[in-house]
Ligand binder design. Sequence first.
Ligand code: F0G
Length: 385
Amino acid sequence: QSRYTGLLDRYRDRLPLSDDTRLISLGEGATPLIRLHNLPKVLGRSVDIYVKYEGLNPTGSFKDRGMTMAVTKAVEEGSKAIICASTGNTSAAAAAYAARAGITAFVIIPDGKIAMGKMAQAMMYGATILQIRGNFDDGMRLVKEVAEEAPVTIVNSVNPYRLQGQKTAAFEIIEELGRAPDYHCLPVGNAGNITAHWIGYCEFSATSGDHVTESCAYCNGKCPFAGGGSGGNRPKMVGYQATGSAPFMRGEMVDDPDTVATAIRIGHPQSWDRAWKVMEESGGWFAEVTDAEILAAQRMLTQHEGIFCEPASAASLAGLINDLEAGKIQDGSSIVLTLTGNGLKDPDTAIGQCTGEMPGVEKATMVTIDADLDSVRNAILGFMK
Ligand code: F0G
């Protein structure tokens, strides 16, 4: 068996790569698909829930899948600099893969609204950071405008190579489960990732030879599933948005998005049309979750399963809990949740959750004691009572 060297090499035949493309990789992909043992019981449901723990990618989020592909192609096409707008994770991934490739990364981030771990990453990997007095959507508009005038390659998910890389998560899931789950739930910001997963599921299911690189979401009718309908090895796709940043629920763009899950603080999704098409084709739906539900779900995953994801990722579990309660997802179903980012990305929110700063949330168990045996013994015996 050969050494695993990343998803581009693993899925080379299903990606727009040639034999002599120089791959820019950090060994991303092949993330664990973990079956939840305790939460179904806690929730009182007989469902099979798996989480795809994308927080274990090299920079701690699913963005690495897209970035290895986008940066590989940028370098192949002779680009010397990449640029992105970001709520944090894309900037971390762009900075890392640019460093790996030896090119320059410019990242535009909303002033004060990105999690501390992501900021540390962008700085350490050596990106040039442009902090704007505006939000992600402002940054995205500026990136598109400036790329018209400056020699920089956009590596946001409007770059089609990003989705090509990200579709491989669906391949891994089918390979591991032997089939697609009944439902695949994930948090939605720009809706690039939900689209990418759908491309992956469709491609895996497609039998026709000419359907190799594009999805039925935008294949101009070439895909065997174009126009919708069931068939193939494909789940219903379910996208969850935070209530304060839920343009898909409002049915229109949101100008002043807000949520504790800063990763998905997005009001003008870039893959708007495609995501609606995904819903139409897969028979899935969008739903919204409150910040309190997101934080509660994040805590449930850590405390019942030992899995630490960032708040945006926990939106997938929060939404699932609601949909199970509402009977939209029935007992007996198999469900995959994408946990998009690592919990260590956002230590402030995590610690805030555990120090009583957040209303309705139980404090972490922590006492400060003297450094002697009596104090330690008494503390332990006190807690065991
Ligand atoms: N979860 C996390 C942790 C994210 O960082 C993002 C997007 C999403 C979910 C939503 O994915 O946009 O494809 O629907 N983060 C981008 C960024 C916007 O800049 O890091 P999407």
